[in-house]
Design a protein around this ligand. Structure first.
Ligand code: ATP
Length: 218
């Protein structure tokens, strides 16, 4: 199992006391599995992704990533795990403007000490970025920038990829193509993928689908 989420609870402070967002969420993902996470706006999808990514802390319950329980880890160990085992792809690409495409792609793997130039070159080619490696992000289209963000994440060989509406701001045809490339590469690298999406057509292309409602997975 790459990911096990057990009975996770999370509330945020509101005007009239704490407002529960996750009320006992459980799910799991095996190596190579792809899972779509849907739910209404405000249902807690991003919150759950942040907790799994170790960017926020649960109130109760446990989260195990690549065999390690993260809720009891200190911040340093959690960031180390995030660098080496977890890859995150958000709607905003968060590319570094002063680095070339090639350096952006290498960045995360270098940070985690796992850079493999051949692997990076293969991923760049597979994502159609071969001719753009010496350019800077500003010279690329949105779809190309998103492909760089995907290549950057997968170059680090994460066991778990967390994606929050990664193709949400691309036109339909480009979104479909980028998603196809991403799914193929995730499968090839054997990673597990958890993807938040509002799109039923995106959800249908994933191996499994869970829906977040009233603080529970249904
Ligand atoms: N840091 C925070 N402090 C207070 N409330 C928060 C915080 N983060 C999220 N919330 C609240 O938790 C609820 C769930 O938010 P979350 O962003 O997880 O929803 P979502 O399902 O990802 O929504 P969307 O589809 O609109 O992105 C919302 O009511 C939000 O206002």
């Amino acid at each position: 199992m790459v990911l096990t989420v057990q009975n996770v609870m999370k509330s945020f402070p509101g005007a009239d006391g704490d407002v529960p967002v996750l009320r006992g969420v459980s799910l799991s993902l095996e190596r190579g599995e792809t899972l779509a996470l849907t739910g209404e706006s405000g249902s807690g999808k991003s919150t759950l992704l942040h907790l799994i990514g170790g960017l926020d802390k649960v109130d109760d319950g446990s989260i195990t990533v690549a065999g390690r329980e993260i809720t009891s880890m200190n911040d340093r160990d959690r960031s180390a795990l995030r660098r080496t085992e977890v890859g995150v792809i958000f709607q905003q690409f968060n590319l570094i403007p002063s680095l070339t495409v090639e350096a952006n792609i290498a960045f995360q793997a270098r940070l985690g000490g796992a850079f493999d130039a051949d692997h990076a070159a293969r991923l760049s080619r597979a994502l159609g970025l071969g001719d753009h490696l010496s350019k800077y992000p500003e010279a690329l289209s949105g779809g190309q920038q998103q492909r760089v963000a995907i290549a950057r994440t997968l170059t680090a060989r994460p066991k778990l990829v967390l994606a929050d509406e990664p193709t949400g701001n691309l036109d339909e045809a480009t979104a479909s193509e980028v998603l196809g490339q991403m799914l193929r590469l995730v499968r090839e690298t054997g990673a597990a993928l958890l993807m938040v999406t509002h799109s039923q057509s995106v959800a249908r292309r994933m191996g499994r689908h869970v829906h977040l409602s009233q603080g529970h997975v249904v």
